[in-house]
Design a protein around this ligand. Structure first.
Ligand code: ZN
Ligand code: ZN
Ligand code: ZN
Length: 406
């Protein structure tokens, strides 16, 4: 716990020697300690926490060339010079197909599927006669674009005497000129960097450089309503049928308790400057790396397409480039069309970001439609993916809805 310091004299020095920042008498700066403390007490709220300090007031920050847009929000467009030059189409290897399953495999995975559903009967799975196994392939195309976005904002930390790299050391570099490399490719993460030569020391705007703010628990009163008697000072106690009024033992009949958060002073250490009264203000650059993913499934049976996205298959094609070229050599034309559409979409979708790397792949996911006959009824189920997942919505022995087991 940080202890507040006697800062009034420091604050006065600032107000006289460093222009009028921040002037507590001006109406536009909302200070935590301002306003009268009303007489009525508040309920003790164990969940309450101090309101987070706002960003330093923009009009009080020193202008930094190249950073005049701060406060408008959003990402900054990267400089246009980095645009990729579309290269020649790369040479690519022939694409091979995936493995298929037989009747024994199909029956075995159906039995496992039945066992996972406690109310399914297994007799149909054991007795059914396969009439045909139809093997097809689903194609799962996935495009990933790894891109970088940059934003800047004024921020602060308590000033405790640390080094200040201010404008006297030179002009601040432009946001896209600051060196930053991602920790890992194709993963979302953020890095925050102090922009060189933008630091300065300012009096704390949150506490007007006093080091203390009004207590959030008692709202400055130094006391709260007793939570045992709800502020009444007494309680009714019933013993052997006799109901009597007793003084509350928690608050000794006063209905109030000392605020533990501020030790009854009504004020706590400022959460912005941690009681140091001064802030180191600087421009912070946030570099955000995002992996944008789009995918497309080509599947021509009754199996829902979304199921294909959850399983794996044979990786028929995999390519990582600064900018990928759409696939145009896949045996299925719909995959080529999807690749073309998604690569074109990604080329313009992230205008405020700089594309660092792209990769795309096609998985060939085996799908088997198992046609069978049981008790003179024809039906089917699907086995799909290397995980051999089963999709059997028409399985005849499902008894959850109240039908009896056959
Ligand atoms: Zn009480
Ligand atoms: Zn308090
Ligand atoms: Zn403060």
């Amino acid at each position: 716990m940080l202890v507040s310091m006697p800062c009034t004299s420091i604050a006065n020095q600032f107000f006289t020697s460093m222009s009028k920042y921040p002037d507590a008498t001006e109406g536009d700066v909302q200070l935590e300690w301002k306003g009268n403390v009303p007489d009525d007490d508040v309920d003790e709220d164990f969940e309450s926490s101090p309101a987070p300090p706002s960003a330093p007031p923009l009009e009080k920050m020193d202008p930094v060339p190249g950073y005049n847009h701060i406060g408008a929000g959003g990402f900054m467009a990267p400089p246009p010079a980095y645009e990729a030059v579309m290269r020649e189409q790369p040479t690519r290897e022939q694409i091979l197909g995936a493995d298929i399953i037989n009747e024994n495999d199909a029956r075995e995975v159906l039995l496992q599927h039945v066992a996972e559903h406690c109310c399914y009967g297994s007799r149909a799975a054991k007795q059914l006669k396969f009439t045909e196994l139809e093997h097809t392939s689903a194609f799962h195309y996935k495009l990933e674009t790894f891109a970088e976005g940059r934003t800047t904002e004024w921020t602060f930390v308590p000033y405790t005497g640390q080094m200040i790299d201010g404008p006297e050391n030179g002009p601040a570099p432009m946001p896209w000129d600051i060196y930053a490399i991602p920790g890992a490719e194709f993963t979302d993460h953020v890095k925050q960097i102090e922009v060189p030569h933008t630091s300065s020391v300012k009096p704390c705007h949150h506490c007007s450089a006093t080091g203390r703010i009004r207590c959030h628990k008692c709202l400055g009163r130094g006391r709260v309503k007793c939570s045992s008697c709800y502020g009444k000072g007494y309680k009714y106690v019933t013993r052997q049928g006799d109901r009597r009024k007793h003084n509350c033992t928690w608050c000794h009949g006063s209905g109030k308790r000392k605020c533990q958060t501020c030790c009854a002073s009504g004020m706590i250490t400022c959460t912005a400057c941690a009681g140091h009264c001064q802030l180191k203000c600087f421009i912070q650059l946030s570099v955000k790396w995002s992996n944008h993913i789009d995918d497309h499934v080509v599947e021509r049976t009754e199996l829902p397409n979304d199921l294909i996205k959850k399983v794996t298959g044979h990786v028929a094609f995999n390519e990582t480039q600064f900018r990928v070229w759409p696939i145009n050599h896949f045996p299925d034309a719909d995959v080529n069309t999807a690749s073309n559409q998604l690569v074109n979409k990604h080329a313009t979708a992230f205008g405020m970001e700089k594309i660092l790397m792209q990769r795309h792949h096609v998985q060939i996911v085996p799908v088997t439609q198992a046609l069978y006959r049981w008790k003179n009824v024809n039906s089917d189920f699907f086995v799909y993916g290397y995980e051999k997942k089963v999709y059997a919505p028409k399985y005849p022995q499902q008894c959850c809805c109240g039908c009896s087991l056959l």
